[in-house]
Structures are given as C-alpha cells and as structure tokens.
Design a protein around this ligand. Structure first.
Ligand SMILES: *Cc1c(COP(=O)(O)O)cnc(C)c1O
Length: 371
C-alpha cells in the first residue's frame, strides 16, 4: 500500500448546510453508484452472473442484476420514480400492454412510434384488445376517447410528427375514467420533461436513444412512482424475461452519465439549425416543438429531393434511430409501416453534438444542389 498521511474522514468534519436538492445534472453523474467505502469501485462494475449464492435478495439472473440496479437507480432518480430495465424499448412496451385486460381499450396517438402502433394492431387483430388512434393535438377528442379506455398511451413530442400533447388535461380525463396513463418520454428525456410529476402513472423509454446516447446499445426502461404497479410490472418481467444483458446496462449507465451535457449541446445545435433551415428555398416546412434535438424537415420537392439530400452529405448519416452523439437523418416514408399521413418528403433529423457550423455547412451544400 502506498504511504499516505492520515487525514480526517469526511464523517469527522463538521457538516455545513442542510441537505440540498441536487440538480438533474448532478443526479445524472452521481446516482446509482456503489456504496462509498474504501476500495469500492466508483461506478458499478459489470456483474456477469446467472446464479447467485442463495439466501439473499438476488437469487437468479432473470430476476435481478447489480449492473441493472445501478442503471435503474440512476434513471429512476432522474424521472422521479422506481425503474425497471428491459431488453429494448418495445420489450418494455409489450410488458405494459400485457396489463390491459381482455377486450379493453387502448388510446394511442396516430403518430406514435410505429412499433408501438404495430404491437397494438397485432394484439387487436387477435382479438385481445381494442385500439383507438387519436390526433394527440386535439385535446377535446382525446379526452372524449378516454371515457371507456383502460390505458391511455401518450408520446409527446410524437415520433416523427413532433406533435405535443396536453399531458395534464389528458391525464386528468383518463384518471377520471379509471385508465392508466403512460408517456413514452424517449424524445424529451427526463431533463426536458418529467411526466410522473404531471400525474402520469408510467414513463417508458427506448434507452437505445438519448439515455445511452452512443448508437451502440438496444435497451428499454419503465419508471413508475406507484409501488403496486412496480410490483406487477416486475412480476411480468420476471416471468417473460425481456431483460437486458449486464454489459448493455453498463453501457447505458455510462452513457447516462453525460445525458445533460449531450442534450444541452444537441438542443442548442438543433435550435440554431431550425432558424437556418427555415430560410432555405429547398425547404417546404420545418417542424420543431421548441425543445429537444429532433427536427422534422419537409422538402418542397418531395420524396426524390429528400432522398437526394440524405445521400449528398458527408457528416449527416442516412440512418434510422436517433438520440446518439452523431447527427443522423432519415426519410421516414422509406418504411412501409410509417403512417401514410407523414409526407413523402419528410426527413426526421436527429441533431448530434458535433460543431454546429460543420453540420450546417454539410447540410447547406446538399440543400443547394436541390434548388
Ligand atoms: C425507438 C423508439 C421506441 C422503440 O425502442 P427500441 O429500443 O427500438 O425497442 C419506442 N418509442 C420511441 C419514441 C422510439 O423512438
């Protein structure tokens, strides 16, 4: 052991102010750490184990894993509830849809993530549930749809249309009808929107996106403040086994540590790009909800122009998915499953954390070839 001078332990020092509420930036960096004792690793290591010595709380690798727990503690602290991690965003969603009783109704935005809509359509086609698609910007019609619903699924902003829902008003109506309310918070992240504080029952994330943030992990998460719901969802996860690997959970937590820095930079880049895109003659419409780092770009000349744009850039990569440090974009209607109400020339842009002038120069030279 190295020669060290003996210093007083922090416990021996007089404590100053009363405990303060930490800002999300501090929580992102510090939550979910192992107990601070000499020689403990500062962050949770990857625990590769299917079997634990019996007699404790862990028991078996499908039920729990210390690396998941570290990730869950951190994301739970940011969203203000208890978190369960899953193999993917859609695995988390399937676990929630599993709670809907036979023949009961689910309300979902017509422009929700297409995988969410496809899962529900599949359940409906087999007679399991009923589904009602709604225009999430039309609060009165959503409130009316809540009346006989069992689950109200919200996404705000929606992917890819970037529409916003009136979460408190819809939540009040859904609760009046005895329905649970879920918010897919993938686009906003807990830094820009905390649905549990608005009265929502469950938050779901595709941790594949901003939470992990480096385009190298597929993972999902559910967060709730309701202990009963937590126990039911944990029970479903135990049984179904849609669990992440320890390495994925470790990568996701490592990504989460910089969430605030990434989101701040990506959002600032997005805001700067929105202003400039609106001025360009090849651009028909720019959708931006005022926060976050996803932009909806509609090219005046339609699908062909969108395809040309996405293949004429050097930095921007034509790729699906979003929320990584890298700037990517995609013509959404290249997917047959995308909503037919999304225009053919619509490009979803996921703004990364590169230098904004480099990003703009790359876009500009490609846009200029279209005019
Ligand atoms: C990607 C995405 C999902 C699905 O998550 P996976 O991790 O790909 O399973 C769900 N909701 C939204 C808003 C998404 O962007």
């Amino acid at each position: 052991m190295a020669d060290l001078v003996t210093t007083p332990s922090p416990d021996d020092l007089p404590s100053g102010e009363p405990e303060r509420v930490l800002s999300p930036a501090t929580v992102a960096v510090t939550a979910g750490r192992p107990e601070r004792v000499p020689d403990a690793p500062l962050n949770a290591p990857i625990t590769m184990a299917s079997v634990y010595v019996g007699g404790g709380d862990l028991e078996y690798g499908r039920y729990t894993n210390p690396t998941w727990t570290a990730f869950e503690d951190a994301l739970g602290a940011l969203e203000g509830g208890r978190c369960l991690s899953f193999a993917s965003g859609l695995a988390a969603e399937a676990t929630i849809f599993d709670l809907v009783g036979q023949g009961q109704k689910v309300v979902i935005p017509q422009h929700a993530y297409h995988g969410s809509i496809m899962q529900l359509a599949d359940l409906e086609s087999r007679g399991r549930i009923r589904v009602q698609l709604v225009d999430i910007t039309d609060t009165a019609s959503v409130v009316a749809a809540c009346e006989d619903a069992s689950l109200v699924w919200l996404e705000s902003p929606t992917n890819p249309a970037l529409e916003l829902a009136d979460i408190p008003a819809i939540t009040a109506a859904a609760h009046e009808a005895g329905a649970y309310v879920v918010v897919d918070n993938t686009f906003a992240t807990p830094l820009l929107q905390q649905p549990l504080s608005l009265g929502v029952d469950i938050v779901v994330h595709s941790a594949t996106k901003y939470i992990s943030g480096h385009s190298d992990v597929v993972m999902g998460a559910i967060i709730t403040k309701d202990d009963e719901l937590y126990a039911v969802l944990k029970g479903r996860r135990d049984l179904i086994g849609a669990i992440p690997g320890p390495f994925e959970a470790w990568l996701a937590l490592r990504g989460l540590r910089t969430l605030h820095v990434r989101v701040e930079r990506a959002q600032a880049n997005a805001k700067a790009l929105v202003e400039r895109l609106r001025e360009h003659p090849a651009v028909g419409d720019v959708r931006y909800p005022g926060f976050g780092a996803i932009i909806g770009l509609e090219l005046a000349a339609g699908a062909l122009a969108a395809d040309l744009l996405t293949h004429k850039t050097r930095l921007w990569v034509h790729a699906t998915s979003l929320g990584g440090v890298e700037s990517t974009f995609e013509r959404r209607r290249r997917w047959k499953t995308e909503s037919q109400t999304i225009p053919e020339g619509f490009v979803r842009m996921s703004v990364g954390i590169e230098d904004v002038e480099d990003l703009w120069a790359d876009l500009l030279q490609a846009l200029d070839t279209l005019t």
